[in-house]
Write a protein that binds this ligand. Structure first.
Ligand code: C2E
Ligand code: MG
Ligand code: MG
Ligand code: MG
Length: 293
């Protein structure tokens, strides 16, 4: 009976696997179609702000897929599919172009000229030969100043990959910035800071959640701000949801943050009035990463 049970379990598992791979294949095909259609894919932008003022220094572009039947599909669902199918390469190209064009449009407007743009780049995209050259072409075509553009990569994307490291060096050579995203959740965090050309650490939400807790829970966020300060990197606290978190982060030495407490990701039209208000803070805006190389 035990054997039958085991067999049944395997069968159920296989079925589930089959069902999921069919779903992934369908999603992949639909994503391919969405890429060729106008209007299903769009970018939203989430502000990155100074602490304690809450002034916007830049935005992070986040992709959204408005599927005609399934509704809004989150990136956590379709980015992995895009990676597996290789669709991430044309999709990533579109994202980079769209975000740079938006940033260039803001840069041309005196009311929003100082805003920086951060774009998430996945492992497969980063390792694609010619990635830095492609970024160079996008920056050239849009006229966006390279120092206004940040490439966000996860530790996992860079870990153990010479191709990724070479690409990051190329990005740096252009004068664009590199941010390590979700920092502290990967498997190689601290060692990477020596080998990897990095400007910004984005301290993962899980550590930000800890800052209002016990000393043990706050320890990682405290260590990371010390390390970034010693290495002269900028630190961005991710996923700030409360005033108390913002206040404690500021007290710990954090000068940049992002999260629903300040603003949810929003369309360019919704973001624009927030950006023009930010422009009053000229001395902050002039060089958002001042003191940082
Ligand atoms: P990420 O780059 O770490 O982006 C931050 C995610 O946290 C976003 O989710 C954002 O909406 C969410 N977030 C921001 N503030 C808060 C907060 O205060 N509380 C909570 N609970 N969440 C917050 P989103 O947009 O669903 O993106 C999820 C992930 O998908 C991103 O994580 C990134 O890894 C990936 N992704 C998103 N857009 C792109 C893209 O254009 N290209 C690539 N390759 N990946 C993308
Ligand atoms: Mg990111
Ligand atoms: Mg992140
Ligand atoms: Mg994340």
């Amino acid at each position: 009976a035990a054997k039958d049970h085991g067999k049944g379990r395997y069968a159920a598992y296989d079925l589930e696997l089959d069902r999921r791979s069919v779903q992934h294949a369908e999603l992949g095909a639909e994503l391919r179609q969405a890429l060729g259609t106008h209007g299903q894919l769009h970018l939203v932008y989430q502000p990155i702000v100074t602490l304690p003022e809450g002034q916007i220094t830049g935005v992070e572009a986040l992709i959204r897929w408005q599927h005609p039947q399934r509704g809004l599909i989150p990136p956590s669902e379709f980015i992995p599919v895009a990676e597996r199918t290789g669709l991430i390469v044309p999709l990533g190209r579109w994202i980079m172009r769209e975000a740079a064009a938006q940033a260039a449009a803001w840069a041309d407007d005196p009311a929003t000229a100082s805003i920086t743009m951060s774009v998430n780049v996945s492992a497969r995209q980063l390792r694609e030969p010619g990635f830095p050259e492609e970024l160079a072409a996008v920056l050239h075509e849009t006229g966006l100043e390279p120092s206004r553009f940040t490439v966000e990569v996860t530790e996992t994307a860079v870990f153990d990959s010479d191709a990724a490291l070479t690409a990051l060096r190329g990005i740096h050579r252009l004068g664009a910035r590199v941010a390590l995203d979700d920092f502290g959740t990967g498997h190689s965090s601290l060692g990477l800071l020596r080998t990897c050309p990095v400007d910004i650490l984005k301290v993962d939400k899980s550590f930000v959640d800890g800052v209002t807790g016990t000393a043990e829970q706050a320890a990682i966020a405290i260590s990371l701000i010390q390390i970034t300060s010693t290495l002269r990197l900028a630190a961005v606290a991710e996923g700030v949801e409360t005033a108390e978190q913002a206040e404690v982060l500021h007290r710990l030495g954090y000068r940049l943050a992002q999260g629903f407490y300040f603003s949810r990701p929003a369309s360019p039209g919704q973001i624009y009035p927030l950006l023009t208000r930010a422009a009053h803070a000229q001395e902050v805006a002039a060089d958002p990463y001042r003191g940082v190389h």
